[in-house]
Ligand binder design. Sequence first.
Ligand SMILES: C[S@@+](CC[C@H](N)C(=O)[O-])C[C@H]1O[C@@H](n2cnc3c(N)ncnc32)[C@H](O)[C@@H]1O
Length: 302
Amino acid sequence: MSSGFDARRFKAMERAGFNRIAGRYADGAHLRAELATALIDAAALAPGQRVLDLASGPGLLALEAAGRVSPNGLVLATDIAEGMLAEGARRIEGSGIEVRDLEDKGVGDQGVADKGVDLLFAAADAEHLCLPDASIDRVLAGLALFMFPHPDRALAEIHRVLVPGGQVALSVWGARDTVPLISRAQDCIARLLPPPKVQRPSVFRYGDAGVLEAMLVDAGFGQVRITPCDFSCCFDSAEDYWQAFLDLAGGAAEALSRLPEPTRQALQAAVSADLEAHPRSDGKPGFCVPARALVASAVRSG
Ligand SMILES: C[S@@+](CC[C@H](N)C(=O)[O-])C[C@H]1O[C@@H](n2cnc3c(N)ncnc32)[C@H](O)[C@@H]1O
């Protein structure tokens, strides 16, 4: 981490940014549907399990997991951005799944509903989980590990709350040159704006499978499996691409929202030019921009 980096400030920025985009985040979920499916499949979910969806955003993975751990399962969605959780609870109203908050039910409670599944939402920093040791069977962490200032602390927490034999399944972005979906926008930002006074941790920092595996092993996990997931996101226009980027990148969205309008327009124009490298293959107007993510699963052995 660069000198001058302030983890608390960084988290506050991420929280503000993800609260800002909470209402729109789920609208882009279809773009990453393949990745979500790969992560859920990697988690080996089964009826009756207690699942933690860490840094859940609006709980899209949590909702999918709820279907897999029913009957008798429990899913807890936690995030640092409370607006994301509120949006998640709002979106699943009427889905037939019971939504509660932690004041209604203690986690680790053996008396969870004897049919159906409970889905709970609770604000939490991934680096400091208020959960008992060995109380969770599966942890999901979609596109999150690289967001944490101290990912080792988050992995230690995941390890602590998992039961022995419990499993984590997570996804991270691949190496920078494999994720034009993010790097195109970032390159334009780097070209047009002055360098930030304090460098943010890179979202590509676990894009090397060896680095990710070492992190998991250092945190005490075994049976590490890492698989690439390649997908492509198609947009009708450069404006749609730019909006999708902002709707995914909380902290960046927060910082960019503070720029004067002419600068934001210049950025959009630069993105538009760079996207010419990704025309649709069917010749229609618009762009298809590739992305690689890594999906990892690992087991708490002891
Ligand atoms: C890119 S979103 C991923 C959301 C969801 N896991 C998914 O796969 O769609 C990253 C999420 O991490 C959350 N986040 C960032 N820093 C966090 C922290 N320190 N603790 C908990 N959540 C955090 C953000 O608020 C945001 O909802």
